[in-house]
Design a protein around this ligand. Structure first.
Ligand code: PT1
Length: 277
């Protein structure tokens, strides 16, 4: 499996790490630390040195309870960082946004991939993605960030998430997105209770068999906070366990805060796998 963005190719035969770069003042686990351009660039290059292949830049917090961000505010946060990054750092740049204008301006500034937690359902987003001809990540969410954790409810979370993602992938393909440029994401923590998150994690293999690359984002999330009774800064072990469980079932892209640690567990797994006949 390979992603294509302009002249860039990304081989997914081994798992790839996507490092999280929040440029929001209110972001959920490293809020406020990377608000200016220089520190954002520094953080990005550190993550690349640690082994991140993709840097995911987000100017809208989508953690539970987060409020919407105005268009101009989001543009002001992400576009200057993407411009500088594309000039100075050799890595894939992902834009984490649901707004068509932000996606378009981000791609014009040098972003190679569109990561949309609303799966291109906002006005104009699908057209921007088709025109941009870059890989897109489609994520499942029940509800909207502000209220999604109020009463998440499913008859069968695995079949419902799968049906949604396949339907969105089909809509995108019909609109002109190439199948090989569609990534699917189960949307951990997005309108899901503890049991839903772990049911989905356990079913990762079933999603891998759909034939699309699977992106897994569990880093520092409250699914570990609740299960383990851990604060946001005490969730590394849970997050690494979650990442390894997803990778072992075939998930190709892992979205994380802790790049160095995640790269280490991937190396351990690859060494073990090299000894399996
Ligand atoms: C994700 C993701 C994302 N997560 C993709 N993009 C966030 N593709 C932002 C919690 O339960 O999983 N996949 N962009 C961050 N959102 C959350 C959601 C953060 C839930 C924390 C929680 O703690």
């Amino acid at each position: 499996m390979q992603l294509h963005s302009g002249k860039r190719k990304l081989d997914l035969s081994s798992p790839k790490v996507m490092g999280i770069l929040n440029v929001t003042p209110d972001s959920f686990s490293d809020g406020g630390h990377f608000c200016n351009i220089d520190s954002a660039l520094k953080q990005a290059s550190t993550m690349v040195e640690q082994g991140a292949t993709i840097i995911d830049i987000g100017g809208e917090s989508t953690r539970p309870g987060a409020a919407d961000v105005a268009l101009q505010e989001e543009l002001d946060r992400v576009v200057p960082v993407i411009e500088k990054m594309s000039q100075n750092i050799d890595c894939w740049i992902s834009i984490d946004s649901s707004k068509a204008t932000v996606m378009r301006e981000a791609v014009n500034a040098g972003a190679h991939l569109i990561n949309d937690v609303r799966a291109l359902q906002e006005e104009g987003a699908l057209k921007v993605a088709v025109d941009a001809q870059v890989p897109i990540c489609l994520m499942h969410m029940q509800g909207a960030p502000r209220s999604m954790q109020t009463a998440p409810n499913y008859e069968n979370v695995v079949t419902e998430v799968e049906a949604f993602l396949l339907q969105r992938a089909q809509v995108c393909q019909t609109a002109g997105v190439k199948k090989e440029n569609i990534i699917l994401d189960l949307g951990f923590g997005f309108g899901k209770q503890l049991q839903h998150n772990f049911e989905l994690l356990a079913a990762t293999k079933q999603f891998v068999t759909l034939g699309y690359p699977i992106l897994t984002g569990v880093s520092r999330k409250s699914m570990f906070g609740h299960l383990l009774n851990r604060d946001i800064n005490e969730r590394l072990a849970g997050s690494l366990a979650g990442a390894l469980i997803a990778i072992q079932q075939g998930s190709q892209i892992i979205r994380v805060h802790d790049v160095a640690e995640t790269v280490d567990i991937i190396k351990v797994l690859q060494e073990v796998n090299s000894h399996i006949l």
